[in-house]
Design a protein around this ligand. Structure first.
Ligand code: 59J
Length: 577
């Protein structure tokens, strides 16, 4: 029998076996050490070392009024977010977090539980950096902060419809914020960092791309006028228990919109105030029948035709005019059976206006209205702008001709109406509209002969200053001109007009010595007491025009109109006592 070699050296065999066993043991130990005991530590270290790019937010450009007053400002804020998955491990910290966030602890834990498999939820956006730091200092695992910018609107509801607002991600949503988003937004930069798996910053390496800040935008509006217009329009709407309203002030020489306000309005700093009705920039997105406020335009067409002069006479008696089944009516009794052209405007005679319209034809009136921008895009570039409608007919029937001449059957925006009046005020020259501050006078187009425009200006001054004129539109110390209008509102859905829903209008300009500002006032459905444009809207025009002329330092051209102040009586020497 052959004996095993090993048997000859039993001690040597045992040593080798022992060594082998030790080596296997050591390897096993190392495996256990890496895979079980130090697993968490090593896993963490590996994940920790990863290179990332994170965006650097770009500062959004400032929006200012024409005098540099801030209307939209970006301030740094901290947004807090959580990794709910990670947060499941520290449930005991949830009440503390809820308290710091001033949130209901039940609501917060319900949210964190419901989103337990998510790795990202917003906790709260747009805290001040100080408020954010207080929460971050709690060092609750799974709670992180991001630096962002947030828009703040110092003028609040006063400039809301003009300026608009941005969404939570700082993109323009409405108004100028939307229309000029590219200009304002800038370009975000990039930063290279080392972050761990959970997004914690380990090391800031370098800025690979600098953020490019957005540019500043100076609007044409004057915040002082914006405040003035808001106050007067709001008061009138409250007093007359009206539904809504708009007011626009224009510089007739530069085409700049100096103020554009609407009621109701909203506060862009408070998303809870954003009801759809409050968010409408009615001055440009609501269209309406302008009624008698277009009579001066029809009158321009009459003068331009060469067939009429201001002193020509028209019979308006008996205040109605039958056109087949359709009756044209004058609402108020005229001062006499026969009126000249100025008298037709003063008495706002639909009959008189219609008779002139039949003579010159609908086409002539259409042409003037169209050239003055009614039913045309203004080119303002504002989101949601409506064009309205100015109908053209190949054959102008009498009813169509008459209704157009006194303001029905067409629809316009308040902005178009003020633009048309601005051209009348600017001696017939149309200047493109602008919502941005303009440095040089833009090119203008002569759309109405200068002499015609000047004659209309004189007639519109009479409309306000004549004995039976719209005296409520008068402005102390200045001569102004304008026209009121009261239009039944067309019924929605069916053809026809409502019995008791009106729109009170006023459009005018001043000062007459050198017209500089045009204003349109629209008040929708005044429901308390009177509803005539001359009663409801004319006083708003008066107050806003008065304030505008003063704020803009326009010298008075009618000092005789204000009663001379009584000389202060000198103290009588040696009087009684
Ligand atoms: C009116 C209209 C409706 C549409 C009529 C106002 C027409 C008409 C069919 C009745 C009140 C009213 C196409 S009123 O603006 O004439 O400026 O302060 O709504 O005439 O034919 O109970 N304006 N208003 N007309 N429709 N269709 C007068 C006038 C106007 C005033 C007052 C009195 C209407 C002085 C209006 C003003 O000039």
């Amino acid at each position: 029998m052959m004996k095993l070699e090993g048997a000859l050296f039993p001690w040597r065999f045992r040593v080798v076996l022992g060594l082998l066993a030790l080596m296997v043991g050591a390897i096993c130990w190392r495996i256990i050490d890496l895979q079980v005991i130090d697993h968490d530590f090593l896993q963490g270290q590996g994940d920790a070392r990863s290179l990332r790019h994170i965006p650097i937010p770009a500062h959004r450009g400032l929006i200012t009024d024409r005098n540099g007053e801030p209307l939209a400002v970006s301030t740094p804020v901290t947004t807090l977010w959580a990794n709910p998955k990670e947060m499941q491990l520290s449930r005991d910290k949830w009440p503390e977090l809820a308290a710091a966030l001033k949130q209901d602890p039940k609501v917060l834990s319900a949210r964190l539980q419901a989103q337990a498999n998510k790795e990202f939820i917003y906790l709260v956006r747009g805290l001040t950096p100080e408020q954010g730091q207080v929460v971050l200092d709690l060092k609750i695992p799974g709670v992180y902060g991001i630096e962002e910018f947030r828009r703040f609107y110092p003028a609040g509801d006063v400039a809301a419809h003009m300026v608009g607002f941005t969404d939570l991600d700082d993109h323009g949503r409405e108004g100028v914020e939307l229309a000029y988003n590219e200009w304002l937004a800038g370009v975000p930069g990039k930063r290279q960092v080392i972050k761990d798996r959970r997004g914690r910053l380990i090391k800031d390496i370098q800025v690979t791309k600098n953020a490019k800040a957005g540019k500043t935008l100076a609007l044409s509006i004057d915040l002082r006028l914006q405040y003035l217009a808001t106050r007067e329009l709001r008061n009138a709407i409250t007093e007359n228990e009206a539904k809504a309203g708009s007011l626009v002030i224009m510089d007739v020489k530069t085409g700049e919109v100096l103020a554009m306000v609407n009621q109701p309005t909203y506060n862009p700093n408070n998303r809870r105030s954003m009801f759809p009705a409050a968010m409408r920039n009615r001055a440009i997105i609501d269209v309406f029948e302008p009624g008698s406020t277009v009579k001066p335009l029809s009158m321009s067409a009459a003068l331009e035709s060469g067939r009429w002069k201001p002193t020509d006479k028209v019979e308006v008696y008996p205040g109605t005019l039958q056109l087949g089944r359709y009756t044209i009516r004058d609402v108020s009794k005229s001062e006499g059976p026969i009126l000249d052209l100025t008298g037709i405007l003063i008495n706002s005679s639909n009959v008189g206006m219609s008779k002139i319209a039949f003579d010159i034809g609908g086409e002539a009136i259409y042409r003037v209205m169209s050239q003055l921008g009614l039913g045309q895009y203004t080119g303002l570039g504002f989101p949601g702008e409506r064009v309205g409608n100015l109908p053209n007919h190949r054959e102008w029937r009498k009813a169509e001709t008459a209704t157009l001449s006194y303001g029905y059957g067409l629809s316009v925006t308040a902005l178009q109406l003020v633009h048309a009046y601005a051209a009348l005020a600017n001696d017939g020259k149309m200047v493109p509209l602008s919502i941005l501050k303009t440095d040089k006078l833009p090119d203008s187009t002569q759309v109405i002969p200068e002499q015609t425009a000047k004659t209309i200006q004189g007639m519109l001054q009479q409309v306000i200053e004549a004995p039976r004129g719209v005296f409520r539109a008068q402005v102390p110390a200045y001569h102004v001109g304008g026209k009121s209008g009261t239009a039944r509102k067309a019924t929605v859905g069916s053809k026809g007009y409502t019995e008791n829903a009106y729109r009170s209008l006023f459009a005018g300009f001043g000062p007459m010595s050198n017209p500089r500002y045009a204003i349109v006032v629209v008040i929708d459905e005044p429901s308390k007491g009177g509803y005539y444009g001359g009663l409801v809207s004319a006083p708003v025009f008066s107050k806003v025009m008065s304030g505008t002329l003063r704020l803009m330092n326009i010298p008075p051209d009618n000092l005789e109109s204000i009663p001379q102040q009584q000389a202060v009586a000198a103290p009588v020497k040696g009087g009684r006592g």
